[in-house]
Every structure is written in structure tokens, then in C-alpha cells.
Write a protein that binds this ligand. Structure first.
Ligand code: DSN
Length: 422
């Protein structure tokens, strides 16, 4: 049982009823709505307990056995357990579990391997890349010379001809392979070939797919990438945090970059939550979950196609679907807001070569990690495609949206999410 304080201490509800009520409101929202944002998920009760523990009280700059504060008898064990579980889960030689999230994990990679103004390459943001892979609005596009590669206009898949041509021309220090809005399998061997040809380090950012990778539902970059980064809270189903994994030869550079290069004390309560998530992710049940995430996404994609939706790349290989709403004559924002009112929560998103602006783009991004964590399957995916089509074709129809919201709520109540007492 978690320590809930001494009996004379007020509970959260007594001490701060406003925050207690807001947490309860969010629990209700996460229960009665279909959460389709592909980077979100539900953590288990066990992960929640570890993350909400008194381990938040301790400072522990440094690494196990080499800390700058005394009193690490317990924290060293927590971090060592997290690291050893992650090493065997991913099959890697070294793990740093201290990055506060995915962006700091990626910044640590730059700090370890690059000097300011070095050339770096990553998938462009409009093609489904991440801000920290060299976007001009990110520090990574300001402090480094970013040469983005894109997807092909023909099939909207990564254009390896262009990756190779740009790499040969610009000789990047690092090449990122990683995505936030790309529905297809990443070809790590192909990236490796190009990185070898130009002497670049290959950095795989598997934040979105790390749960699929460890569950065997997406190929692993291990053995191809020099460095692998990830968040811990997406398909991996841990608390919000970050990881950098690498070969032993880069361990010192990566560790120095994370601390003292970028961060101070690690968030030990998060480390404990990640350790629990790593234990959960090593089970056969998690493997089934990872495969179910992908099969649900495929069924949902087929359902959407049958309702006349256009999907970027024509479908999905992973947990994510990017809808091009132009054929439905509605913008991403209008569709996203109408669907949210109907209890179907995704995010408006740019599509490749989007003629519209990023704040009001043509696409809508959804994914199946959260609804699969609730145990939903094929029937629910087909129902979802059906109600999505209804809402998108009449985003101003208040009566329809109320009716869909009621159906969604009923559906959701049949699939209680992990970690939330209904
Ligand atoms: N914000 C994350 C996502 O939604 O994909 C990426 O960092």
C-alpha cells in the first residue's frame, strides 16, 4: 500500500478540494470518452502508485554509486532495477532512465555527439517528424544546421532516395529516424546503410512505437541505431519520462550529457514508475496488447476507408492513423472539435504538403493505444469508424453529436480503463 500520510494529515480532498475535484473530473473524462490521441495511454494502478510515491522527496544527482548527495541507499536500488529491467526488455547494452521526457532525451543526444552548427538530419515536421529532429521553431533547428528530409509526394512514405541524396550532399553528424505522425513501419536497416555511407550516427527516436517494439509488433532498431531514445508514457504505458539507450561505447558520453550536461536531479518517483512499467511490458499479456494495438488500428483504418475517408499513405502498419479530411470538405480543427464534443478525442494535425497552416491544418490524427488498453477490439473499431463518419459529415448537428456522445459514453462504460476507479 502507498503511504497516504499520518492520520492527522488532511487528505487531498480536505487540503485542496479544488485540485481533488479537477483530478476526479479528469478521471471521469478519461473514463467516458474515447481517447484516440496516439501519444496518450492509461497507466496501471501499480505504475500510478509508484509514481505518486514518497520517492519524489529525494535528490540524487549523479548515477547509482556516484551521487552528489548522501542517503541513496534506496534510490540507487530503484534506479538500478529500472535500468536492468529496461536493458533486458529492449535488449540494449546501456540505458539512461533519467531524461525528464522525450525532448530532453533527444537534446542529450545532440549534446553527446554534436557541436553547435553541425549538420543534422531528421524527418521534417510537416512530413510527420518531431520538433526536436531539427524543426526551425525548436532549439534543435536554431543551434544546428538542420537538413530535413521528407516523405514522397507520390505515396507519402519516407523518401529514401531523398534521405540518401541529402545525406551524401550535406554529410550530417547525426541522422534521426523517428516520427510523431507517420503510420508506417520504419525501415531501420535502410537508415543504417545511409548513415554508414556518410559516416553519420544513426539515432532512432521510438517514442511513439517503443511499446510496439518491445511487444514484437514493430521491428526493433537495436543492432541498427547507435542511439535510441524514447518517451515512457506512450505505447510503453509508463509514467511521463524519457530514455536514452545505446551501445556501451557511447554510455559515458550519453550519461554526461544527461547529467550534468542538461539536467539536475532525476525524478526518482518517475524512475520507480518506469521500472514497474518495464516489468509489466515484459509479460506475455503486454505482447498481446502491442499486437492488438496494431490490429485494432488496421481494422479502424479499413472501417474509415469504407466510410469514404482518405488516409495518409492509404492505411497503417502501426498504432496511428492520419486522416486527410480534404475529401470530406472539413478542416482538421472543425472535425477535431466536433468529435471532441461527441466524446471522440484526437488531434488536428498537418498532413504532408498541407496547403493549410499548422494551427488550422487539413488532417486529424488518431491512434489505438488507449482504447486497446481498455480491452476494445474489432467490433468497437467498426462502431467507432461509423460514428466518426457521421460526426465529420455533420459537425454542426447538435442533436447528432449529443446522440453520438451518449453512444460513446455507453460503449466506454463497458470497458473500464486501467488505473481509474469508476
Ligand atoms: N507530443 C507528442 C505527440 O503527441 O506525438 C510528441 O512529442
Amino acid at each position: 500500500m502507498p503511504n497516504t500520510g499520518t492520520p492527522h494529515e488532511p487528505s487531498l480532498a480536505e487540503r485542496d478540494p479544488e485540485i481533488a475535484r479537477l483530478i476526479r473530473d479528469e478521471e471521469v473524462r478519461e473514463t467516458v470518452k474515447l481517447r484516440l490521441i496516439p501519444s496518450e495511454n492509461y497507466v496501471s494502478r501499480a505504475v500510478l502508485e509508484a509514481t505518486g510515491s514518497i520517492l519524489t522527496n529525494k535528490y540524487s544527482e549523479g548515477y547509482a554509486g556516484k551521487r552528489y548527495y548522501e542517503g541513496q541507499q534506496v534510490i540507487d536500488q530503484v534506479e538500478e532495477l529500472a535500468v536492468s529491467r529496461l536493458k533486458s526488455l529492449f535488449g540494449v547494452e546501456h540505458v539512461n532512465v533519467q531524461p525528464y521526457s522525450g525532448s530532453p532525451a533527444n537534446l542529450a543526444v545532440y549534446l553527446a555527439f554534436c557541436q553547435p552548427h553541425d549538420v543534422i538530419m531528421g524527418l521534417g515536421l510537416p512530413s510527420g517528424g518531431h520538433l526536436t529532429h531539427g524543426s526551425s521553431v525548436s532549439i534543435t533547428g536554431k543551434y544546428f544546421k538542420s537538413v530535413p528530409y521528407d516523405v514522397s509526394p507520390e505515396d507519402q512514405r519516407i523518401d529514401f532516395g531523398e534521405v540518401r541524396r541529402l545525406a551524401l550532399e550535406h554529410k550530417p553528424k547525426i541522422i534521426w529516424c523517428g516520427t510523431t505522425a507517420y503510420p508506417r513501419t520504419l525501415d531501420f536497416p535502410k537508415f543504417r546503410e545511409i548513415a554508414d555511407e556518410v559516416g553519420a550516427k544513426l539515432c532512432a527516436d521510438i517514442a511513439h512505437i517503443s511499446g510496439l517494439v518491445v511487444g514484437g509488433a514493430h521491428p526493433s532498431p537495436v543492432g541498427y541505431a547507435d542511439v535510441i531514445t524514447s518517451t515512457t508514457h506512450k505505447t510503453l504505458r509508463g509514467p511521463r519520462g524519457g530514455l536514452v539507450m545505446c551501445k556501451k561505447e557511447f554510455a559515458k558520453d550519453i550519461d554526461r550529457a544527461v547529467f550534468p550536461g542538461l539536467q539536475g536531479g532525476p525524478h526518482n518517483h518517475t524512475t520507480a514508475g518506469i521500472a514497474v512499467a518495464a516489468k509489466e511490458a515484459s509479460t506475455p499479456e503486454f505482447k498481446s496488447y502491442a499486437h492488438a494495438v496494431v490490429s485494432n488500428a488496421k481494422v479502424l483504418a479499413e472501417g474509415l476507408l469504407s466510410k469514404g475517408f482518405t488516409l495518409v499513405t492509404g492505411g497503417t502498419d502501426n498504432h496511428l492513423i492520419l486522416i486527410d479530411l480534404r475529401s470530406k470538405n472539413v478542416t482538421g480543427k472543425i472535425a477535431a472539435q466536433a468529435l471532441d464534443r461527441a466524446g471522440i478525442v484526437g488531434n488536428y494535425n498537418a498532413i504532408p504538403f498541407d496547403p493549410r497552416k499548422p494551427f488550422d491544418p487539413s488532417g486529424f490524427r488518431i491512434g489505438t493505444p488507449s482504447i486497446t488498453s481498455r480491452g476494445m477490439g474489432k467490433d468497437e473499431m467498426l462502431k467507432l469508424a461509423d460514428v466518426m463518419a457521421q460526426v465529420v459529415s455533420a459537425p454542426d448537428d447538435v442533436k447528432l453529436i449529443e446522440s453520438v456522445a451518449a453512444q460513446v459514453k455507453e460503449l466506454c462504460l463497458g470497458f473500464p480503463p486501467p488505473g481509474i476507479a469508476v
